[in-house]
Design a protein around this ligand. Structure first.
Ligand code: MN
Ligand code: MN
Length: 306
């Protein structure tokens, strides 16, 4: 069950209204690296988790992410509050109100007009939140790695938001949210290493002859020798087709009925490379001296007449 504590996890003090900044902060409210995505990612993983310790951790972090959603949503609401009141009560002349919503790089018209200054579940570009942001696959050795990467991305978005915020109190709250994502990254990494073995993800072992190979798939220029392509368990090899030793083609065994249908289809759709039909695009084009164009065997006479 859930209960709601009436106090935020971190106090939100906003120095002055700033609808443009509020719009940018929506990235962490309804965006792919945002708090709702994080909360739903860990909540759904927690529900399906069997390991008691990991289940506990996932519910704790999911619940904390909801608390972060409340903080970032409150920041958006406070940054929009003054403008929201002015818009609702139409205190300014139209032109003045328009300037406040759109002036000086402030593109908050979407939040203001459509959502009345409240925090909508969209990203900073107005794209609606979607469950497609969550890539859970139900295998902790894969999901924990994805969670680590998700926390890394969330940390980077907060860092960028701090860089564009000039309000010290907003920067302070964003700094807390950014820091917590670093802490979550640590927990997920430790939870991953608490599973042994955890690599490769899942149970099935890789095919030995391909597992430790780095295929060099580029031509023209030397490959930089590095740990990710050679040494300690990895060997570099020039990429080549049919590494299985086969002929590199694609085949399938079909029954007689399917085989007959495919032959009929291929016969019907077979191309004839010997015909050169006129296309619609060519019908309106100026006449061309074909002997010159196709480099024909006949020598074109002067003036183009043959
Ligand atoms: Mn968070
Ligand atoms: Mn987090």
């Amino acid at each position: 069950m859930f209960t709601h504590n009436k106090r935020l996890q971190y106090t939100v003090r906003v120095g002055a209204g700033n609808p443009g900044l509020a719009n940018l902060l929506l990235e962490q409210f309804g965006g792919p690296q945002g708090e709702l995505a994080a909360a739903m990612r860990y909540f759904t993983q927690a529900v399906g988790e069997e390991d008691p310790g990991r289940k506990d951790m996932l519910f704790d972090i999911a619940t904390e992410e909801l608390s972060h959603l409340e903080i970032i949503g409150s920041l958006v609401a406070m940054l929009n509050k003054g403008a929201k009141g002015e818009l609702a009560e139409a205190v300014d002349e139209q032109a003045e109100l328009y300037r406040k919503l759109n002036g000086a790089g402030n593109d908050s018209h979407l939040t203001q007009l459509l959502f009345g200054g409240g925090p909508p579940l969209v990203n900073s570009g107005g794209v609606p939140w979607t469950a497609a942001y969550i890539d859970t696959i139900g295998e902790p050795t894969a999901d924990l790695r994805s969670n680590i990467a998700a926390e890394a991305r969330a940390k980077i978005i907060y860092e960028r938001l701090i860089n564009v915020s000039d309000d010290p109190a907003v920067r302070d709250a964003l700094g807390f949210l950014m820091t917590r994502e670093v802490s979550h990254q640590k927990s997920f990494e430790k939870a991953l290493y608490a599973i042994s073995p955890n690599f490769p993800p899942g149970k099935m072992p890789p095919v030995p002859q391909f597992a430790n190979v780095y295929y060099k798939m580029s031509e023209g220029g030397e490959t930089v020798a590095a740990p990710w392509n050679s040494g300690r368990g990895l060997g570099i090899r020039q990429g080549e087709p049919a590494v299985d030793g086969g002929d590199g083609s694609a085949t399938v065994q079909l029954d007689a009925t399917q085989k007959a249908a495919c032959v009929a289809m291929e016969t019907r759709l077979m191309s004839d490379p010997t015909i050169d039909p006129e296309t619609g695009a060519e019908l309106g084009a100026a006449a061309v001296d074909t002997d010159v164009v196709d480099g024909g065997t006949e020598q074109p006479t002067k003036g183009g007449a043959v």
